[in-house]
Ligand binder design. Structure first.
Ligand SMILES: *Cc1c(COP(=O)(O)O)cnc(C)c1O
Length: 405
């Protein structure tokens, strides 16, 4: 099937706007993706036609909203090839999912236990574990990275011991784009009886993971990185783990029976879904998954790979430009710096030319410390970006270089 990027761009209203007098070039997809009309329509329909609270009302609107919300849960289940619908927990996003699991493990970990995280983590995947270790007396160990931005798997083998209870790794690094060898990480952790949580926030727009085949214990992601709205995401957990973990928040929806003496908790998934959820967001998450599957993940990956190759080649034409994260196995993310120039200054100039890139540490300060830099300029691509946009980025960076050096 041929991929018509111009036709795809018609689906995204925001791509037609001007920024600072230039047509927008949006290259900050690793921070959040843009939304297609199908997702926007889904949100408008919900609030225009059947907005109601779910799971409680007998009235028609409440039933329609409940049906749509539960249908979205099943879409997510199918998309990620999850065995049971109750293993899909709606969250407010990746950060929420990670904190939910970390909180649950506070009652499992004890002094002397070890938790392994990777050097490539987002802050949201470091801080909750530090907090957990402080609470429980467990210690945090880090799988180091190499110069290309890949995990040192030889070190993983020695760090993994019978003391290891948990391993936390992102599927794809948001700062560098590295795709981590999660199959091997999961298999080796399981051989030591350690549980594994994979942070899929950065991978799910590019890769469709088969969670049963991966045999992972927990997997978290955010809808907004995959064409859905902000403030909604999913936590997958194996049923036996979700039954073992205590609830994260108390409130409505998560209880079966409440008296002042004792409360019994609702069945999964409601045990972890206290309070009124982001109903519209959950439904629109389903619409985003439908949209991406209509294009197809193989088509998306092939097209984005061709953009990555082209953009790498074009940017490297600029003398003094250095790319951080050069793994062969990476998504379409290019983190770079111009010699002697602060990334923030580059970002400011390219914005004046209508191009949105991210500058800074990308919530991954330990990676920046490894390279001994304050941050990078990060261009992150999606299937709706074009080679012409890569050319505009290249010209803008050239211009920034001549203005600043
Ligand atoms: C974006 C991101 C997060 C945080 O996602 P939120 O939606 O802000 O909770 C965590 N990990 C990675 C790798 C990310 O890219």
């Amino acid at each position: 099937m041929s991929f018509d990027v111009q036709k795809i761009r018609e689906d995204f209203p925001i791509l037609h706007r001007q920024v600072n007098g230039y047509p927008l070039v949006y290259l900050d997809n690793a921070a959040t993706s843009q939304k297609p009309q199908a997702v926007i329509d889904c949100i408008v329909d919900y609030y225009s036609l059947y907005n109601a609270n779910i799971h409680r009302g007998v009235h028609t609107l409440s039933q329609e909203a409940t049906d749509a919300y539960e249908k979205a849960r099943r879409k997510i289940q199918q998309h990620f090839h999850i065995a049971l619908p109750e293993e899909v927990i709606f969250t407010s996003g990746t950060t929420h999912g990670i904190n939910l699991v970390a909180n649950g493990f506070a009652s499992i970990l004890k002094k002397g236990d070890e938790v392994l995280v990777s050097a490539l983590e987002h802050h949201s995947n470091i801080v909750p574990w530090q907090m957990l270790c402080e609470r429980t007396g467990a210690s945090l160990k880090v799988i180091p990275m190499n110069e290309s931005g890949e995990l040192r798997m030889d070190h993983y083998d020695t760090l993994l011991t019978p003391k290891t209870q948990l391993v936390f790794v992102n599927h794809v690094s948001n700062a560098l784009g590295t795709i981590n060898p999660i199959e091997e990480i999961i298999e080796k952790a399981h051989a030591m009886n350690a549980a594994v949580l994979i942070d899929g926030a950065q991978s799910c727009a590019h890769i469709r993971p088969d969670l049963q085949k991966l045999n992972v214990d927990f997997y978290v992601t955010s809808a907004h990185k995959m064409c859905g709205p902000t403030g909604v995401g999913m936590l997958y957990g194996k049923k036996e783990w979700l039954e073992k973990l205590p609830p994260y928040q108390g409130g409505g929806e998560m209880i079966k029976e409440v008296t002042f003496e004792k409360t019994t908790y609702a069945e999964l998934p409601h045990k972890f879904e206290a309070g009124t959820p982001n109903i519209c967001g959950g439904i629109a998450f389903g619409a985003a998954i439908d949209y991406l599957n209509e294009i197809g993940f193989e088509t998306i990956a092939n097209y984005e790979d061709s953009l990555l190759i082209y953009a790498t080649q074009r940017l490297l034409e600029i003398e003094g430009l250095k790319i951080y994260g050069t793994s062969k196995n990476k998504t379409a993310v290019i983190s770079f710096n111009l010699e002697g120039i602060h990334p923030y200054d580059v970002g400011t100039i390219v914005d004046k030319l209508g191009i949105a890139v991210r500058t800074g540490h990308h919530c991954a300060q330990p990676i920046m410390d490894f390279y001994n830099i304050p941050g990078t300029v990060r261009a992150s691509f999606s299937f709706y970006n074009t080679k012409e946009e890569v050319d505009r980025l290249t010209e803008a960076v050239q211009r920034a270089k001549s203005m600043l050096s």
